[in-house]
Design a binder for this molecule. Structure first.
Ligand code: PMP
Length: 445
């Protein structure tokens, strides 16, 4: 065991160096740690009690705001009632109740839900379900996946292979073969255009080119985020998702929407599939399913997929050889059910939909600042891309750090700041966020 190597943070909390932080420049972090100490509603607080406005709903996780009593109580009660339920041929009623609840939110005919515990697990599960489905239909050659440049589908090896983010894809994407990429959906003509882009639907025909090159009989699924979130908010052009749907249907390829960010009101409806009027065969979800309180994810599939796989004959009766110790964890289910009650009782998705025009209009008032290259957004998610300065991503990183000092938490990816406020935000919170952004962006020059 290494000796503790405490360093003094500005709030005097001694930190050791034993923890290896994810997606973080670790040395830089330890030299100037950014620590949250508590959270309530739309704010984080540091140890000195300084409020930091949460402009990213944590990490797209917390639409109902932090510290929700109802979720805490449900978790506490469930921990005492039954802390863990042995899965795999055993189950508990809470997971059935949650699946039924989710099916009520999902578009028809997505009526069946498989539980996992992270977005990355959900993506893995969706890929395996796709393969299992084709195998059950006696099309076992369908094992390839089509995804997109500038996509993020999690950190497991398979999701990394699907992802089209240069850093993680190049470093670790190759061990999983059989993944090919379409172009992303951003075009220069879309720059600074408010609303859903009207140009770029033809980019969906990349799928047709890949079908021609690799053969539809080898392709299992096409996996896309309806709005690409982690790579800077890329909104699908009008008609783009419809075209993907049409091509997938024609060629027997499953369409998977990775809604780990979009799900639960982010685009104004329960799922982005409903916002854009396009129904995929599979939807992955995570993050906001429990308002971020307990790790949980889920994969929703159509009646056709469920029936086909369930009906497939396997020697020992198990149709789908897949699952996690934490699948349908009772405490996570309790948190998710309490979360869904809050969303419904407070009509949070409608609230977000009503606030969205104000949020997006206010963002566009930043358009004439010299640092700003592009502003994109849909529903309650948006990206402000700034002109790079030196190495790509450095200026974005500086902006994020500066904003934290000024009292605004945002996720930055490369040179894009991503905004995804909690759906409990009031107009005054939007104004405060925009004010802090305006000052920080002006200070960059
Ligand atoms: N898919 C998408 C679209 C995501 O945005 C993310 C996380 N940002 C993931 C998958 C992975 O989720 P997790 O970090 O919970 O594994």
């Amino acid at each position: 065991m290494s000796a503790a190597n405490p360093i003094e943070t500005r709030d005097s909390t001694p930190l050791g160096t034993q923890q290896w932080l994810p997606f973080t420049p670790n040395r830089e972090f330890l030299a100037d740690p950014k620590l949250f100490a508590s959270a309530s509603r739309q704010h984080y607080y540091d140890a000195s009690g300084r409020a930091i406005l949460d402009g990213s709903s944590g990490l797209f996780t917390t639409p109902a705001g932090h510290g929700r009593q109802e979720i805490a109580q449900a978790v506490y009660d469930q921990l005492l009632k039954m802390d863990f339920c042995a899965g795999f041929t055993r189950a508990h009623a809470g997971s059935f109740a949650l699946a039924e609840r989710l099916a009520g939110l999902l578009p028809e005919p997505l009526n069946h839900v498989f539980f996992a515990s992270s977005g990355s697990d959900a993506v893995d599960t969706a890929m395996k379900i796709s393969i299992a489905y084709h195998r059950a239909r006696r099309e076992p050659s369908r094992t390839m996946f089509v995804s997109r440049e500038r996509a993020y589908h999690g950190s497991n090896l398979s999701g990394t292979a699907l992802s089209g983010m240069v850093n993680n894809r190049r470093a670790f994407g190759n061990p999983v073969s059989g993944v090919v990429h379409m172009r992303h959906t951003w075009l220069p003509e879309q720059r600074m255009q408010p609303g859903q882009p009207t140009v770029g639907a033809e980019l969906a025909d990349d799928l047709l080119r890949l079908i021609q090159l690799h053969g539809a009989e080898n392709i299992a699924a096409c996996v896309v985020e309806p709005v690409a979130g982690s790579t800077g908010t890329l909104v699908p052009p009008v008609g783009y998702l419809d075209r993907l749907r049409e091509l997938c249907t024609t060629h027997g390829i499953l369409l998977v929407f990775d809604e780990v960010i979009c799900g639960f009101g982010r685009t104004g409806e329960s799922f982005a599939a409903q916002s854009f009027g396009v129904t995929p065969d599979i939807i992955t979800m995570a993050k906001a399913i429990t308002n971020g309180a307990i790790p949980m994810s889920a994969v929703a599939v159509s009646d056709e997929i469920y029936r086909t796989v369930i009906d497939s004959a396997v020697d020992d009766g198990i149709e789908f050889f897949h699952g996690y110790t934490w699948s349908g964890h009772p405490v996570a289910c309790a948190a998710a059910l309490a979360t869904q009650d809050i969303y419904a009782n407070e009509r949070l998705f409608e609230r977000g939909r009503a606030l969205s025009p104000y949020f997006l209009n206010q963002l566009h008032t930043l358009a004439d600042l010299p640092a700003v290259f592009d502003i994109r957004g849909y529903g309650m998610i948006a990206g402000i891309e700034i002109h790079p300065d030196g190495k790509p991503g450095q200026r974005g990183h500086r902006l994020q750090k500066h904003l934290f000092e000024q009292g605004l938490h945002l996720k930055a990816t490369g040179d894009t700041a991503i905004l995804a406020p909690p759906l409990i935000f009031e107009r005054e919170d939007v104004d405060r966020m925009i004010g802090l952004l305006r000052d920080a962006l002006a200070a960059l020059d």
